[in-house]
Design a protein around this ligand. Structure first.
Ligand code: HEC
Ligand code: HEC
Length: 290
């Protein structure tokens, strides 16, 4: 893999906390680093209402799914409306295990099946950043779900079937860049939440990882394995993920347009290269039948 001069050092610096275990009882997280990680995680999109003047992270964003409409909650440090009373441990448990402070399950519309892979040190920094947000008193909106899907208890069965908690484990055979890319794609970027096809219970088809298929709104989601991406050069993919404009001049639509604005356009050049380097190493899978 080609690394541009100067990026190797940056990449090493960014990857370091991921590889080095942090001693327990370590000091407070680094909010500035956390801000970058929160943008790489696309938290803003789902936790901010889609209207002019919406307060960032104050919740209210509608997420349509086959099971009903979820609303991203307020995650600012407001003591009642947000998560101001939470401890860092509550946050880590929510992200790693998909469990609320009171022990109930979160619905996987909150992409904790991907976020579980976020490294401890990164979770600590993200928490430090979220604590710096201005508290918003805007109450979270209740979800509007089909009668069959309202209950949090059956989510335990879903989790038993589809959810494997635990941080990302680097592949010792792969380069540092490919591991960094794998971490960004699988954990923070949660690209598989849209690009991996799902079965009728809404579980990802693991043997079809990133192979695309029908999205929640019935629209086709492209295959991100080399079957399709081999047609684009690294430079072309970099431009698509930075600008949202394809080599043919098409503009990537809604869901991906937002991912580009909130996430991939904000990645450092080294991280963007790492994402592309990792996608190149995926097994080429055929498109999902129409
Ligand atoms: C695809 C949309 C989506 C993305 C992206 C997303 N979330 Fe969420 N999040 C949700 C939904 C929906 C819930 C509510 C789940 C439930 O009620 O079971 C939630 C719940 C939460 C909660 C629990 C709030 C509470 O009051 O219990 C926290 C904390 C949280 N998200 C943090 C984050 C962070 C940090 C990120 C970025 C790394 C993030 N979320 C990205 C959709 C999303
Ligand atoms: C919220 C859903 C969603 C998420 C999350 C998501 N994507 Fe996408 N992606 C889409 C959709 C939908 C399209 C098709 C957009 C279009 O054709 O206008 C797309 C298109 C793309 C394309 C263009 C492919 C082509 O051949 O046209 C690339 C590259 C891509 N996504 C990469 C990524 C990466 C990398 C991530 C993770 C950082 C990611 N996507 C996360 C929904 C998503």
């Amino acid at each position: 893999m080609q690394i541009r001069p100067g990026t190797a050092l940056k990449l090493g610096l960014v990857a370091l906390p991921l590889l080095a275990p942090v001693p327990s009882g370590a000091q407070q997280g680094d909010a500035q680093r956390g801000e970058y990680l929160v943008s790489a995680g696309g938290c803003l999109g789902c936790h901010t209402e889609k209207k002019d003047g919406a307060v960032p992270f104050a919740g209210g964003r509608a997420l349509e799914t086959p099971f009903g409409t979820f609303y991203g909650p307020n995650i600012t440090p407001h003591p009642e409306a947000g998560i101001g009373r939470w401890t860092e441990a509550d946050f880590v448990r929510a992200m790693r295990e998909g469990v609320r402070p009171d022990g109930a399950n979160y619905f996987p519309a909150f992409p904790y099946p991907s976020f579980t892979k976020i490294a401890d040190a990164d979770l600590r920094d993200m928490w430090a950043y979220l604590r710096t947000l201005a508290p918003s008193a805007q109450p979270s909106r209740p979800h509007e779900l089909g009668v069959l899907y309202r209950w949090r208890l059956p989510v335990s069965a879903w989790k038993w079937l589809y959810f494997t908690p635990g941080p990302f484990v680097p592949d010792p055979q792969a380069s540092a860049a490919v591991n960094r890319g794998a971490y960004l794609v699988q954990a923070l970027g949660h690209c598989g939440e849209c690009h991996t096809p799902r079965d009728f219970l809404g579980g990802p088809k693991k043997d079809r990882y990133l192979a695309g298929g029908k999205g929640p709104e019935g629209k086709r989601i492209p295959n991100l394995t080399p079957t399709r991406l081999k047609k684009s050069s690294d430079k072309e993919l970099e431009d698509v993920l930075k600008t949202g404009i394809t080599p043919d001049g098409d503009v990537l639509a809604d869901a991906m347009g937002e991912v580009v604005t909130n996430t991939t356009s904000k990645l450092t050049p080294a991280d963007l290269d790492a994402v592309i380097a990792y996608l190149r190493t995926l097994p080429p899978l055929p498109d999902e039948p129409k």
